[in-house]
Design a protein around this ligand. Structure first.
Ligand code: SAM
Ligand code: SF4
Length: 364
């Protein structure tokens, strides 16, 4: 059987080889992390890009079994940030040269919601002289809606597949047409067809999840040829149905460690994509995101959600930065990124090398 040092010298990996990487311990684990870091510097440089995250509404029509803001959680106070609040956060991002923002929310498909997002996109472009890049993360939508938002200024979209194994996907979602694996896949394809840079990802350490599932997830990301990946540990939330399986979970530390290995293995598998250091890493380890930057991630999403709303956007327990205002968050991040040996790509969109290479390839 091959060991880690044989495997990391390769450019492509079988499922079994990926499992070996995900199980690396001691010196082999260190080797995996060192090589992933070197591969990151070689392919995407040491720049770290900011995406200012604005969680503009927690109103959601879906009931994902893991998520704290699922429709059936009646303990959540629902909010919708005003246009002024959202645009104020985006103005802060622009003035502080963040380069890009991410507008994230629960999933709604009403005409009023579509219209509102559309209006906000145009307003953000206007307030920033067309300079701010905009990523959307508003769930599954129709082709027309994705197209409309793209034309109004969104150029990246995040839609996690959550798990690429249909059986596991079905175990963590209600069994109905509103939570269909096939629809999720179809949406990822629609987004690509519309011209978005597409980001997806999975949760790591879910109940019922095995190493085989995670290795299959990595191969799925490669096959889909995505531009960006955001993946982080699954963290339980007491007001969700999956909470009953909490005794079957790996420890939080083990989930954290597995998430780092997933990021490192992905950097070897897809060296020129953007990989985000997920906020959920920080919920387990205060320096979690910086650790991810050291082993392969190159994007970080400082939270710009107005403080009053943050406690109502609790996807999981111990979500960090609940009371840190945006200015404080920026200063603290800057110091942390420097400590992790990175350099902030201020004022840049920071598109993924993969996307740029693909576009250049297709224009020849
Ligand atoms: N509603 C949109 C969607 O589902 O794509 C965007 C917002 S949703 C809250 C963003 C992501 O949060 C999901 O894709 C999911 O992976 C993550 N998330 C939700 N609950 C989580 C949990 N308990 N632990 C870790 N991540 C979680
Ligand atoms: Fe809604 Fe997204 Fe949470 Fe699912 S993960 S319940 S779609 S906010």
């Amino acid at each position: 059987m091959k060991n880690v040092s044989d495997i990391i010298a390769q450019e492509s990996f079988s499922k079994e080889e990926l499992i070996t990487l995900l199980q690396a311990e001691g010196q082999e684990r260190k080797l995996l992390f060192d090589v992933a870091h070197a591969r990151k510097i070689e392919f995407v440089g040491k720049q770290v890009y900011f995406r200012g995250l604005v969680e503009f509404s927690n109103i959601c029509s879906k009931d994902c079994l893991y998520c704290g803001i699922r429709k059936s959680n009646e303990k959540v106070i629902r909010y919708e940030a005003s246009d002024e609040e959202i645009l104020g956060a985006c103005r802060f991002a622009w003035e502080n040269r963040f380069g890009s923002v991410v507008l994230q929310s629960g999933e709604l498909s009403s005409p009023a919601f579509t219209e509102r997002v559309d209006r906000l996109l145009k307003a953000i472009k206007q307030l920033s002289n067309e300079e701010l890049g905009i990523t959307l993360s508003c769930g599954e939508q129709s082709r027309e809606t994705y197209q409309r938002w793209f034309e109004s200024g969104a150029h990246r979209y995040l839609l996690r597949i959550e798990s690429s194994t249909p059986d596991l996907y079905n175990q963590i979602h209600p069994q109905n047409v509103h939570h269909s694996f096939e629809k999720r896949l179809e949406c990822l394809q629609l987004l690509k067809d519309c011209g978005y840079q597409v980001g997806t990802g999975v949760m790591i350490g879910l109940p019922f999840q095995t190493m085989e599932h995670l290795a299959a997830d990595l191969l799925f990301l490669k096959k889909l040829d995505v531009d960006m990946v955001g993946m982080g540990p699954y963290i339980e939330h007491e007001d969700t149905p999956l909470y009953v399986f909490r005794d079957q979970l790996k420890t939080k530390q083990e989930r954290f460690d597995l998430a780092l290995k997933m990021i490192a293995a992905l950097r070897l598998l897809m060296p020129d994509i953007n990989i985000a250091a997920a906020t959920a890493l920080q919920a387990i380890d205060p320096a979690g995101r910086e650790k991810a930057l050291k082993i392969g991630a190159n994007v970080i999403m400082p939270n710009l959600t107005p403080c009053d709303f943050r406690k109502e956007y609790q996807l999981y327990e111990d979500k960090p930065c609940l009371d840190e205002d945006a200015e404080l968050c920026r200063n603290c991040l800057e110091a942390r990124i420097e400590m992790a040996g990175g350099e902030i790509g201020y004022g840049e969109w920071g598109d993924s090398r993969r996307f740029i290479n693909r576009r250049q390839g297709s224009s020849h």
